[in-house]
Ligand binder design. Structure first.
Ligand code: UDX
Length: 465
């Protein structure tokens, strides 16, 4: 089989590399020449742990990259993996998906059956739109000459390779029997892990997370698959917002939310994942997907009120972080806040839409001075927020210089091993707000810090210096 992925971004790269590793000839097409040149020289155009090594191992033999659409002619399966950013009205912008569909229609091989797969996150009904564009641009008969399938991605940034090789489930929505067979064949190596032991000698990722739990291949129709993607992300966002609200209440009650989360997570109906208290959720998926789904519900006069509450609670959580600092420090005018973490979560350089992007302007508006550090996200954060008057530090410890508060927003593992004693020495007020409940409270308190988490019970008193 011959696969083409349109779009060499996050989803396109991860998808293409995984099929190449599993022995399917795969070509990435992207209009961005820089990305294609990077790929062809064995480099990753995205930051994702482990991916560069797999690109190096496959490029030129199973993986190919080009800016030309004519490779579509060779394809049995074409994945649409382009961005669907949020438009100004909050809905998903489908212009890139439509352009990809048009190029497919213009270049599709008219002598064989082709499967077009929508992997981009798209509103319910987009499968029909793609279908119509390809039919018009190619003059082919839908369902007889080609089929459009919905196969949403469930890749978490930072653990995308794990998610692609060892997924919980693979959702494939199609109304076409031939397409269904082709998709089953494509995913067979992942569903059965047939050649994993053989291939793992070459590709370390295939054995890293090996577990006994095999993925479920879930077949459904196109619209249901599209809806599953939105519902999954909305549900996870609700889950995080829910525990975040509980955390705020726990704080008032003097109860530790970590114990509460553990106690409820042990119930298999609830599950322990996505109960980590945070300064709210962000990233490239949750905000745009919750926004689009909520708008859809309004459009159909069936408002998703729980989803709306989760979105509102998320903004409240961003504000709560600032309120906690104000409660402790009083007026922030002229005070210095040292921020650790600019990405929306650890193990990614993705700083396009992050908690820090909302919390920092709020702190600045209250007169605070801001010093920041992130192991991977500084460059992107700066690029997306050129207007912010903040100091970018060379190492984590430096955010503490003359600071009145250290605010941890992203739980990068390496923050645990910062030289906290040195930080204590150079800061002004030894106050830490750990908005991920991640650092060791006892060690920090022992070192003289005044430690606050979110919802972790009574806050310790101001230490004498
Ligand atoms: C998400 C979905 O998980 C993935 O399946 C989908 O395909 C793409 O969107 P991603 O955005 O990479 O993946 O990150 P995820 O790990 O889901 O985290 C989303 C946000 O929720 C982050 O800001 C994270 O910090 C926050 N979060 C997550 C919490 O605040 N608490 C948690 O317990 C889990």
């Amino acid at each position: 089989m011959n696969v083409v992925c349109i779009g060499g971004g996050y989803v396109g790269c991860v998808t293409a590399v995984s099929f190449a590793v599993l022995g399917t000839k795969t070509t990435i097409v992207d209009i961005n020449e820089e990305k294609i040149n990077l790929l062809n020289s064995g480099k990753a155009p995205i930051y994702e742990p482990g991916i560069e090594q797999l690109i190096k191992q496959t490029i030129g033999n199973m993986l190919f990259a080009t800016t030309e659409y004519d490779c579509i002619k060779e394809a049995d399966i074409i994945f649409i993996c382009v961005e669907t950013p949020t438009a100004s009205d909050g809905s998903a912008d489908l212009s890139r998906v439509k352009k990809a569909a048009f190029e497919i229609g213009r270049n599709i091989n008219k002598t064989k059956f082709t499967v077009i797969v929508n992997k981009s996150t798209v509103p319910v009904g987009t499968g029909d739109v793609v279908f119509a564009i390809i039919a018009e641009a190619s003059g082919l008969k839908p369902d007889k000459d080609f089929a459009v399938v919905s196969n949403p991605e469930f890749l978490r940034e930072g653990s995308a390779l794990r998610d692609v090789f060892f997924p919980d489930r693979i959702v494939v929505g199609t109304n076409n029997q031939i397409a269904e067979e082709i998709m089953k064949k494509l995913y067979e190596p992942i569903v059965t892990r047939k050649n994993y032991s053989q291939l793992s000698a070459q590709y370390f990722y295939l054995k890293q997370y090996a577990s006994d739990k095999y993925p479920i291949y879930f077949s459904t129709d196109v619209k249901t698959a599209e809806m599953i993607k939105y519902t999954a992300n909305a549900f996870l966002a609700v889950k995080v917002s829910f525990i975040n609200e509980i955390a705020m209440l726990c704080e008032k009650l003097g109860i530790n939310v970590l114990e509460v989360a553990k106690g409820i997570g042990l119930d298999s109906r609830i599950g322990e994942k996505f109960l980590e208290v945070s300064p709210g959720w962000q990233g490239t998926c949750f905000p745009k997907d919750t926004s689009e789904l909520y708008l859809t519900s309004k459009r159909y006069n069936q408002e998703l009120t729980i989803l709306k509450a989760a979105i509102d609670a998320n903004w409240a959580m961003h504000r709560y972080v600032v309120e906690k600092i104000v409660n402790f420090l009083g007026c922030l005018n002229g005070k210095t806040i040292g921020i650790l973490g600019l990405t929306f979560k650890p193990d990614t350089d993705d700083a396009r839409r992050t908690q820090a992007q909302f919390i920092i302007p709020h702190l600045l508006s209250l007169g605070a001075r801001i010093r920041v550090f992130d192991p991977q996200g500084m460059e992107m954060f700066k690029r997306f927020n050129p207007h912010l008057d903040i100091v970018y530090c060379n190492k984590g410890e430096d955010v503490a210089y003359m600071a009145d508060c250290i605010l941890l927003l992203t739980h990068w593992q390496e923050f645990k091993s910062l030289n906290w004693r040195e930080m204590y020495r150079i800061l002004k007020t030894p106050y830490i707000l750990d908005a991920r409940n991640f650092l060791s409270r006892s060690e920090l308190e022992e070192a003289g810090f005044y430690y606050h988490g979110l919802g972790v019970g009574k806050n310790s008193g101001r230490p004498g210096r």
